[in-house]
Every structure is written in C-alpha cells, then in structure tokens.
Design a protein around this ligand. Structure first.
Ligand code: AMP
Ligand code: MG
Length: 337
C-alpha cells in the first residue's frame, strides 16, 4: 500500500471522518476509538442502531490492555494463537472506552486483523480503530473496495483498496467470562475460527473452561434474525432438485405473505412477482464458498432478477460449513424446507 494513501486515511480519521478499511474477513468502516464524532459517524452512515456494538481493531498486543479491564489467562492464549486473525474476543471493557462503541455493555469486542493494510492503518493512526462491516445496516457485507464505494456512493468516503477479503465472512465472536472455578466461553457468532480450533488451542493448557450457549440476547447483540440481505430476495430451498414452475409459484406466494420488517430489518420482497430467477451456486470447498458468497450475492443482485435461488447444497455438511450457513439463513428472505 502506498504510504501516501495511508497518510491520507490517517488524516481523514483525525478529522473525525470514517475510512473504508480492508480486513481479511470483510471490509470495515473505521473510526478512531478516541474520536466521538467519528464513532457517531459510523452509526449514522451505516444507519446502524445504537444497540449493535462495534469491534475494536488493534495492531499491537499492548493496545489490548488499553481497551479492556482485565485480560483473562485463556484470552491471552487465544490471542497468541489466533491473532492476527479472524477471532474477536469479548472481554470486560475499560471504563475509558466511549460507551457508544460497546452499546453501553460492560464488555468490548476486540481483534487484531491479519490484513497488512489494516495493520498499517491502525499502526499509522497510533490508536485502535472501531469498525463494523462497511455496509448499510442489515445488508450484505463488502469484500472488495468497489463494494464499499458502491454502498456509500452518496457519502463519498475514502476507501483503502486491499484487494478481495480472503476469509469473506465476519470474524468468529467469542465471549470469554472467567468465573471463580472455570472460564465460560460462548461463541456469539460463528466464523472461520471453529469451536474445534479453539478446543485444540486450549488442549494442553491447565485452565478449566466450558462452552456454554448464551440464551440472554443482551449478551449477543447484533444477532438479528435477518442480516446480510442482498437487494433482491434470496430464497433457500432445501428440498428442491431444480427450479420448477411449481417452486416458482410457492416462492412467489410465500414471499408476498412475509411481514415488511423483522427486528428492525426490512425484509426483501420481489416488487412485481417472480419472473426471472438467478441461481446461486456455492463453491464445493467451504473456505472458497465463504470467500465468494457475499460478492456472488452482490453480482447476482446487480443483474436485477426477481429473486436469487439457492438449492444446490453441499453433499457433506461439516463444521466448516456452519458459519457460511449461518449467513445464508440470515440473508435469506425465505427458507423452503
Ligand atoms: P459487524 O462488524 O457489523 O459484523 O458487527 C460487530 C458484531 O460484533 C456485533 O454485531 C456483535 O455481534 C459483535 N460484538 C461486538 N462487540 C460485542 C460485545 N461487547 N458483546 C457481544 N458482541 C459484540
Ligand atoms: Mg455487519
């Protein structure tokens, strides 16, 4: 990356503007954590509700201590194992942190991205950057600089081009809650780092831990039923062999019956019935499928079909597919069994 572009981005950040930042997961919309107007701008530009917290991105292990209250031993091991990389650790927050970033929670999500341009930018800014995915709230996440520029044409934000995001879906979010006897771990969002990867990293360690499911929604903010939605409806049809006239009629009927909004996210419906169907074909390799998924959704939506249909599913559904299927289920307006 040209240092002049990084310099320009650093200046934008210090003026309280947001900057499009490439990361290995998806592109982020970044602001300095110590700049309230920049943080506010993220929520405004994204049209993001204030209850959905931002992830703090760091470039140096020392910065972790600046944003959290304490670093549990298990978190140190996980950070050493997976950082820089697509794992966000949710830890007790420092009181100094702007509470807009954490949506008023007593925890903060932190990660060190592995993308060299993200690391360069954070280092040059000299302060951690808060960044959610660089898309309008509820919409498909961006995996190229062009996606970000298209999404925010009107806002005209500066975007650093770091090529195609290699992971392609958002980071794994892990809540780490040390208790007296045992440390509780909860995966709040599935991602490229798997539960089995985390178990492997902790295998030879003396610490006691257990995975628990967090039922309390306040502990898992930003987990709406719908998210990542393309501009035309995505329909997942699990049982279909091929798109038929009968299936088209079922989709049309069911889509028009849907409510307009679920949990603040507008449900995407066909404007004038389903006439033209675009088919989404996933790569057979789950890593490549995840890398390409969001850009496939965008490319197909740009051809302006009445709906996007996904019916060819992987023959072997392994743990590796889970994070992508989480995104597919949330991006879909309709799932037909
Ligand atoms: P985004 O970068 O747009 O995918 O959004 C960041 C996501 O990280 C949020 O929607 C939450 O799911 C998660 N997250 C960030 N901070 C926290 C936190 N303190 N507690 C729980 N989840 C968090
Ligand atoms: Mg997002």
């Amino acid at each position: 990356m040209l240092s002049s572009e990084i310099k320009y981005a650093v200046n934008e950040l210090s003026l309280g503007h947001v900057v499009g930042m490439p990361t290995e997961t998806v592109y982020g919309l970044a602001a300095r954590i110590d700049c309230a107007s920049g943080i506010e701008a993220i929520f405004k530009i994204k049209e993001r509700p204030f209850f959905d917290p931002l992830i703090v991105h760091i470039s140096d292990f020392n910065q972790l201590g600046e944003v959290v209250k304490t670093i549990p031993e298990i978190a140190k091991i996980l950070a050493n194992t997976f950082w820089p990389g697509p794992l966000t650790l949710v830890l007790p927050r420092s009181q100094k942190l702007n509470s807009l970033i954490t949506s008023g929670l007593d925890t903060v999500g932190v990660r060190m991205p592995s993308h060299p341009v993200a690391l360069d930018l954070i280092m040059a800014a000299g302060v951690p950057l808060a960044a959610p995915s660089a898309n309008k709230f509820g919409k498909t996440s961006p995996t190229t600089a062009a996606h970000v520029r298209n999404e925010f044409k009107r806002e005209n934000i500066f975007v650093l081009d770091g090529g195609e995001s290699q992971v392609g879906i958002e980071s794994t979010v892990l809540l780490v809650r040390p208790k007296a006897e045992i440390c509780e771990l909860s995966i709040l969002r599935k991602g490229h780092i798997l539960k089995s990867d985390i178990e492997n990293a902790l295998k030879s360690q003396p610490f006691k831990y257990e995975f628990i499911e967090v039922a309390d929604k306040n502990q898992a903010p930003g987990h709406m039923k719908h998210h990542y939605m393309p501009s035309v409806p995505l329909v997942l049809c699990i049982g279909a062999r091929r798109p038929s006239e009968e299936l088209r009629e079922v989709m049309q009927k069911r889509l028009t019956e849907l409510p307009d909004k679920i949990e603040e996210v507008a449900i995407v419906k066909p404007a004038a019935g389903i006439h033209r169907i675009a088919e989404l074909v996933l790569d057979e390799d789950p890593v490549l499928a995840a890398r390409k998924f969001y850009s496939q959704l965008r490319e197909l939506a740009e051809t302006k079909p009445d709906c996007i249909l996904l019916y060819r599913l992987p023959s072997q559904y392994t743990e590796r597919w889970e994070s992508l299927f989480d995104r597919i289920l949330k991006a879909a307006s309709l799932v037909i069994p």
